[in-house]
Design a binder for this molecule. Structure first.
Ligand SMILES: [Zn+2]
Length: 412
């Protein structure tokens, strides 16, 4: 045994357990493991989770807040406009360096799997994608990375984007992105979705689109995406981020769409941070939250994940990035406060995300991949409440990050 993590709390187990790791796999999980590991770690009764996921991060734009003017209106269109000024001159190496700064912060917070979105379109060409592919290669010892080819300026309204998306897949991107609601008309949005499916089928890749990220309750691209997913037999291979229009649907239409999404096996990714900041800017009061109908989706059995979309960029000026902060945020926004709801919220950065990314050797059990996080709090509830520094992070059996915490009250 290369490593033994002692005195760990694991979800679904009553008492504390030891976790033995050999090479890149978990060898055993049981109350007391005899013998000695090459490395011995005392979890001290802390919760140990399998590696955390961030399935939606625009790392090509991350940290641009350091060099760009602020977003005065706070809206998405202004964020897009500000970023475009900079994007024309992207240098893949510079994009990779910013990406790796954010990846490093994420890994220290226990993230062992990232899905990175790279803008692909006629403004920046393939420069962002090449930057993220470079970061994927350079950072592969610390985490798994998928790169999404994402048409940030649309496809139909950005002639040339479809060819660039195809080229990005050829150069090694893992996932076909999409932004159908951003097209000028519903017909164009449907064509956009059709083009994305064409590319995904050509390269046999999964799809992750940003869908109906608008306060317009009449935005209809989730409906067509669900239909198309069923017709193309892509169940389990499509994720839709944001879907904030759902917040404004009438309840009858919402029930239809939630059911279609369930039947289509689409994963819904919430990005509560950014939508709380960017959505409903034109609302007076009461102000919508711009978040998909999480509780209704969960009740229908839809796979819901939550992720950190932006880190200090024109869209969103904050972001640590930390999956536990995402869990806390979605628990607030979707009002997930009961014990079983906290478990559901935690699933959104663990097993639901693993399912969306089709990672099948995930979890804490013998034979599973040794991606582990010693959280630094004893339970899911306390982990969400306190979001403590992660004590140890393991990727494929190797410790890739640790935090040493010392905090005390100076008594008189
Ligand atoms: Zn996004």
């Amino acid at each position: 045994m290369d490593t033994i993590i002692r005195n760990a709390r694991v979800r679904g187990q009553d008492g504390p357990v030891d976790i033995a790791i050999s090479k890149d796999r978990i060898e055993a999980v049981q109350p007391k493991i005899a013998g000695k590991g090459g490395q011995e770690i005392d979890a001290g009764g802390s919760l140990v989770l399998p590696g955390l996921f961030n399935l939606h991060l625009h790392s090509d734009k991350s940290l641009l807040g350091e060099v760009m003017r602020p977003n005065v209106s706070g809206t998405l269109p202004e964020a897009i406009e500000i970023t475009n000024e900079f994007k024309r001159n992207y240098d893949p190496k510079e994009v990779a360096e910013r990406t790796m700064r954010v990846l490093e912060a994420g890994v220290k917070n226990g993230t062992t799997f990232f899905r990175l979105f790279s803008d692909v379109g006629t403004i920046g060409g393939l420069r962002a994608a090449r930057g993220l592919l470079l970061a994927r290669e350079k950072f592969s010892a610390y985490c798994d990375i998928q790169v999404v080819a994402f048409p940030q300026e649309g496809i139909v309204r950005d002639p040339g984007a479809a060819e660039l998306l195809d080229e990005a897949m050829k150069e090694g991107c893992d996932i076909v992105g999409g932004l159908p609601w951003y097209e000028y008309t519903d017909a164009d949005a449907r064509e956009h979705i059709d083009i994305c499916f064409g590319i995904a089928k050509r390269y046999d890749k999964d799809i992750h689109m940003l869908v109906d990220d608008t306060d317009d309750a009449n935005s209809r691209s989730l409906e067509y995406l669900a239909l198309k997913t069923m017709r193309e037999n892509f169940q389990g291979r499509v994720a839709a981020s944001h879907c904030g229009a759902m917040a404004g649907y009438n309840d009858v239409y919402a029930a239809k769409i939630v059911d279609m999404v369930g039947t289509a096996g689409i994963t819904i990714s919430c990005n509560a941070h950014i939508n709380l900041v960017c959505s409903a800017r034109l609302d007076r009061e009461p102000r919508r939250r711009g978040i998909a109908r999480v509780k209704e989706l969960l009740a229908r059995g839809v796979n819901v994940v939550t992720s950190q979309d932006d880190v200090n960029d024109p869209y969103y000026p904050f972001g640590k990035p930390d999956p536990l902060e995402c869990v806390s945020m979605i628990a607030h926004v979707a009002q997930l406060t009961l014990p079983h709801e906290l478990e559901q919220a935690m699933n959104m950065v663990t097993e639901n995300a693993a399912k969306a990314a089709r990672v099948d050797d995930y979890g804490i059990a013998a034979g599973k991949r040794a991606d582990l996080v010693v959280v630094g709090a004893p339970s899911v509830h306390e982990a969400i409440r306190l979001q403590p520094l992660r004590r140890h992070v393991f990727k494929r059996g190797r410790e890739v990050a640790r935090s040493v915490v010392s905090q005390e009250l100076m008594r008189n």
